[in-house]
Ligand binder design. Structure first.
Ligand code: NDP
Length: 299
């Protein structure tokens, strides 16, 4: 491997420690930041993510609340849980874990979240603020974690051509919006690709920074990457592995070993973008506390 390994686990830990230090100051002032999660049904990946969030919150000294609803819960019951957390003064930020069951209108539920508590940044008001470059926007945690990683690893973004593969509202689109912001960690020239993009490899090969978020195991191969590019792998895919204890292991959207021979820096899966996501969710919760208290918005 020639590429530098971008260690999201270590960076995420550093950020969580910074959050814990700020939480301690807030607690001394009588404010205990609270993060809530609404979890509907029993999606195994969501269970793991929610458990990790709860643990990270408690370690940082935050209050953590998980509202669990049965997978058969009606849309009205889910909306009632959202209303509860909107009204709960001890919860500064919360999110509704997706995917929601198929019978539920996800957009309707996400729009019910009070925008001032919307730490996932999925409410249209926060999406709009992000597009406008308004610093009070809550930035979706995964792409925001990617930007933090680039900043803290000293990777120059200004003037770089960033190619993003995937246009979801959770990752691809906000990633592009962050990388074109006029400021630190931004100023990229961005290209967003998706399943209808023609001749994808010819586009990915132009990337100085290649962010991949499509959900297809080892999709990006070495011939799709420009020598010296920075490769950020957001994908999390389960592949069968009889030698693994659970019968599967996690791999990214990038074929790690061969791509690491071509790239200058690369994120592993697991241990890359994933831990940054949780750390940034906590940063967003502190942002919610500050904004609700009328304090200046931090970084
Ligand atoms: P979505 O399924 O919502 O979006 C996938 C995107 O990839 C779509 O825009 C789709 O295009 C595009 N795509 C799919 N196949 C191809 C292809 N062959 N060529 C080009 N583009 C393609 O996924 P998410 O954005 O929610 O998640 C992506 C991955 O990231 C998943 O593996 C997920 O588990 C992971 N993830 C990881 C997180 C973390 O914390 N590390 C957090 C969130 C997600 P189209 O729009 O045309 O269908």
């Amino acid at each position: 491997m020639t590429a530098r390994r971008l260690d999201g686990a270590a960076l995420g830990k550093t950020i969580r420690e910074e959050v814990a230090a700020e939480v301690a100051l807030l607690v001394a002032d009588g404010i205990r930041p609270g993060l809530g999660v609404i979890l509907v049904g029993e999606d195994p990946a969501s269970e793991v993510y929610v458990r990790n969030k709860g643990r990270a919150c408690e370690e940082a000294g935050m209050k953590s609340v998980t509202r669990r609803l049965d997978g058969t819960a009606s849309e009205e019951e889910i909306l009632a849980a959202v209303d509860d957390l909107n009204a709960d003064e001890s919860i500064h930020g919360f999110l509704v874990q997706t995917p929601l069951p198929k019978h539920v209108d996800t957009e309707r539920v996400l729009r019910r979240v009070d925008p001032s508590k919307d730490v996932d940044g999925f409410h249209p008001l926060n999406v709009g603020k992000l597009v406008l470059g308004d610093p009070t926007a809550f930035k979706p945690a995964t792409p925001s974690g990617v930007v933090q990683m680039l900043l803290r690893e000293g990777i120059e973004t200004a003037g770089a051509h960033a190619v993003i593969v995937g246009r979801s509202t959770i990752v691809g689109r906000p990633m592009a919006n962050l990388l074109i912001q006029n400021g630190p960690g931004g100023n990229c020239t961005t290209t967003v690709c998706h399943s209808r993009s023609r001749d994808l490899p010819s586009i990915t090969r132009q990337a100085d920074i290649l962010v991949v978020a499509i959900g297809r195991a080892k999709f990006v191969t070495a011939d799709m990457v420009k020598p010296g590019a920075v490769v950020i792998d957001v994908g999390i895919n389960r592949v069968e592995d009889a030698t693994a204890k659970r019968g599967y292991r996690l791999v990214g959207d990038v074929d790690f070993e061969p791509v690491a021979e071509v790239a200058s820096a690369i994120t592993p899966v697991p241990g890359g973008v994933g831990p940054m996501t949780i750390a940034m969710l906590m940063v967003n919760t502190l942002q919610a506390v500050r904004q609700q208290a009328g304090l200046p918005v931090g970084k």
